[in-house]
Design a protein around this ligand. Structure first.
Ligand code: PMP
Length: 427
């Protein structure tokens, strides 16, 4: 009976199931847990992997003899750009190694377009009546809050297993000149783990756009963050766009926040040579050069692109069991009941859990009352509003494995209870 979908059960059976879940939930609350699955932060065991950074750099000059202690070199150290150009499949000339946050680079690029426009803009975006971005959902909350902070309109499209619903994107971008950009997390997207296929990437790169200065903010935050041996290769968006006659459309971002230290790694931006020149043209007024001491430290720490890949394999050893624990807990409690679907990502930092429509906020509230902090329902949608109130983002990286197991068993109980409450509700 445990695997009969709830929707197929009789009222009496459902009532009995509800009582069981109430008891399980009461027992959960009695344990007095304090667990947190809210944010995709690396665990301290992962951060420990990079602690050799704390005693680097060794020496004060890079391979070109640059004294890294001094000002200058806005594009970043050459060796680091070459290393990450190989990993991100771009040309080193088209890659800038900057400060320690890629989110800041995205914000800088957005603000530059608002204040000045891009190299193919008829006018600064701030002088447009309206600026709209296409937002694949569920997506990364900080992308959406950044746009909201500038009053940019957001139009949602579904994020599917192979990337944004590209037919929906094509229709919006073709017809509406206020649509100036879109977010894409191409590899192991936050939160569903989707990987944009070559075909979808090629359609995004080549689709006609009503706005001449349409931009794809290609946030490859998880390019190297594999959880299985089946390592996704990110589509080469810069070449695809260039071949399609839209070389300035994509701007790629990445960082080592989840490779070395979160917020204290190195961030990267890649784009057409003209876009890079435009970016640096504005950036020269904001910086005399990035933290090259940190660049040199990262060059020496990794040694090579292969060194980065080897380092990521050690992250995977720590992370993969936690993701397996999420799947195991949800499967044990919810499989076959027809009340929940979740992703089994091959990389990245999140699991996306869908519960029955109208239940996500209730599940999060139940979990909170039981001492399990979850990301607020709706967080992965523009303005924090999930129109179906069904999506929950789970972030298992930070807690210890045993805590993930405990927390996820608790979450599964909350999902079962919320669904049973909804199915037995009168009227
Ligand atoms: N992009 C995505 C998709 C993220 O999930 C995150 C946060 N982990 C970031 C960007 C932030 O990156 P950074 O630390 O380089 O600012």
């Amino acid at each position: 009976a445990a695997t009969t979908p709830l929707a197929e059960r009789s009222p009496e059976e459902l009532q009995a199931y509800l009582e069981e879940q109430r008891e399980a939930y009461a027992a959960l609350c009695e344990r007095g847990l304090t667990l947190d699955l809210t944010r995709g932060k690396p665990s301290s065991a992962q951060l420990d992997l990079s602690d050799r950074l704390l005693s680097l750099p060794d020496g004060i000059t890079d391979a070109d003899g640059v004294d890294v202690r001094n000002y200058g070199g806005l594009t970043g150290l050459r060796e680091l750009r070459e290393m990450f150009a190989e990993l991100l499949w771009v040309d080193p000339d088209q890659l800038v190694a900057g400060g320690s946050s890629s989110l800041t680079m995205m914000h800088d690029v957005l603000v530059q377009h608002l204040l000045h426009g891009g190299l193919d803009s008829p006018r600064p975006w701030k002088d447009e009546e309206k600026v709209t971005f296409v937002c694949p959902v569920p997506g990364y909350d900080r992308h959406f809050t950044m746009l909201a902070s500038y009053g940019i309109e957001m139009v949602s499209v579904p994020m599917l297993a192979d990337g944004p619903d590209v037919a929906a994107v094509e229709a919006i971008v073709r017809d509406d000149p206020s649509v100036k950009g879109m977010w894409v997390v191409p590899t192991y997207a936050n939160p569903a783990g989707s990987v944009v296929t070559q075909e979808v990437a090629s359609r995004l790169a080549s689709m006609p756009a009503a706005a001449s200065d349409f931009r794809i903010f290609w946030d490859n935050a998880y390019a190297l963050h594999h959880l299985t041996a089946d390592e996704a290769k990110s589509a080469d968006i810069l070449s695809l766009a260039s071949a399609a006659g839209h070389p300035h459309r994509p701007i790629m971002f990445a960082s080592t926040s989840k490779i070395t230290y979160a917020g204290a790694g190195v961030a990267f931006l890649a784009a057409s040579r003209e876009n890079i020149a435009a970016y640096l043209g504005h950036q020269q007024f904001a910086s005399i050069g990035p933290d090259k001491v940190n660049h040199l430290r990262h060059i020496q720490f990794f040694g090579s692109a292969q060194g980065v890949r080897d380092h990521m394999a050690r992250h995977r050893e720590i992370l993969a069991p936690k993701f397996a624990a999420v799947d195991a807990a949800l499967t044990a409690e919810l499989d076959g009941l027809g009340i929940a679907e979740w992703t089994r990502p091959a990389g990245g930092y999140f699991v996306s859990l869908d519960v029955p429509d109208g239940c996500a906020a209730r599940v999060v509230a139940l979990a909170k009352a039981a001492g399990i902090a979850l990301t607020p329902a709706g967080a992965s949608f523009p303005h924090g509003q999930d129109p179906r109130d069904r999506n929950i983002r789970l972030a298992p990286s930070f807690p210890q494995l045993a805590e993930v197991e405990t927390a996820m068993a608790g979450v599964a109980t909350c999902v079962a209870l919320a669904a049973a409450e909804q199915l037995t509700a009168v009227g």
